[in-house]
Ligand binder design. Structure first.
Ligand code: F6P
Length: 255
């Protein structure tokens, strides 16, 4: 709190919240681009925020990635059982196991004394294959649950980095570049104005579904991600942003 005051982070949070038209912004001192430990601080802060809004019967949908992973890691262990359910927001097998949404869902659920479900759907899978998978009873039941999420916790990446990481074909990467894709979040590739230019086929929470979610919480930091974070905030997909000073400072220069 003292460091917050000293660095003027409270003002930064309010200014960002107003300019980005969000409900709440939390800015952690430092920059993950310079120091990976800042990711843990963001994770801890996000975990505390989550704890303050979770109800005993909440359904939390989350995405993968190193930042959301820290939220689960930093969540304190609860010793009471709850009806909290944690589910992955998308398919998205394909990254390192510990950073996959399925794994993070299981870690967070155990921390919260709740339960979890997994979705075994690879990232780079075609629309036809998805159409056959989602009628499988096991998969359909998870999708039905995740559509009822009251909390969606997600990471934000740069579109170019995520397209590489997901090994998208070079034709798609060229298209993304031409279309001005700036960020990727929840499977949507967005331009700087927050408009969707491309969607990953394994999306189950559509933009319409997201409108009905009470708490859309994004966790993402690092000055290199400033434009990506701005782009996702412009899409209306974010209620609460937890970021770091490095990103916040850069974002304020361009909004
Ligand atoms: O792949 C899941 C995901 O949450 C993406 O939607 C997002 O772009 C990315 O991970 C963020 O990953 P990281 O926090 O590791 O930068």
């Amino acid at each position: 709190e003292f460091i917050h005051e000293l660095k003027g982070l409270n003002n930064m949070e309010k200014t960002l919240r107003d300019r980005l038209k969000l409900k709440k912004v939390i800015v952690i001192p430092g920059d993950v681009d310079n120091d990976q430990l800042i990711k843990k601080d963001m994770g801890k802060s996000a975990a505390n925020y989550l704890k303050s809004i979770i109800k005993n019967d909440s359904i939390i949908a989350l995405t993968g990635g190193s930042t959301v992973m820290e939220v689960a890691n930093e969540m304190p262990q609860s010793y009471t059982k709850s009806d909290i359910m944690v589910v992955p927001a998308r398919g998205g097998l394909g990254r390192d196991v510990e950073k996959q949404a399925n794994t993070i869902a299981s870690v967070l659920a155990k921390k919260l004394g709740g339960s979890y479900k997994m979705l075994h759907i690879p990232d780079n899978i075609g629309k036809e294959a998805i159409a056959t998978l989602i009628i499988e009873p096991d998969i359909k039941s998870v999708i039905d649950i995740l559509k009822k999420a009251d909390i969606v916790l997600f990471g934000i990446g740069r579109a170019d980095v995520m397209a590489d990481r997901r090994n998208l074909p070079s034709s798609t990467r060229d298209y993304l570049e031409k279309a001005g894709a700036t960020s990727e979040a929840l499977g949507f590739y967005l331009n700087i104005n927050g408009e969707t230019v491309y969607e990953t086929p394994s999306i189950f929470l559509t933009k319409d579904d997201l409108k009905d979610v009470k708490n859309l919480i994004a966790v993402s930091g690092g000055r290199s991600k400033a434009d990506a974070i701005l782009s996702t905030c412009n899409s209306g997909m974010v209620d609460v942003l937890i970021t770091d000073e490095g990103a916040a400072y850069e974002i304020l220069k361009s909004c």
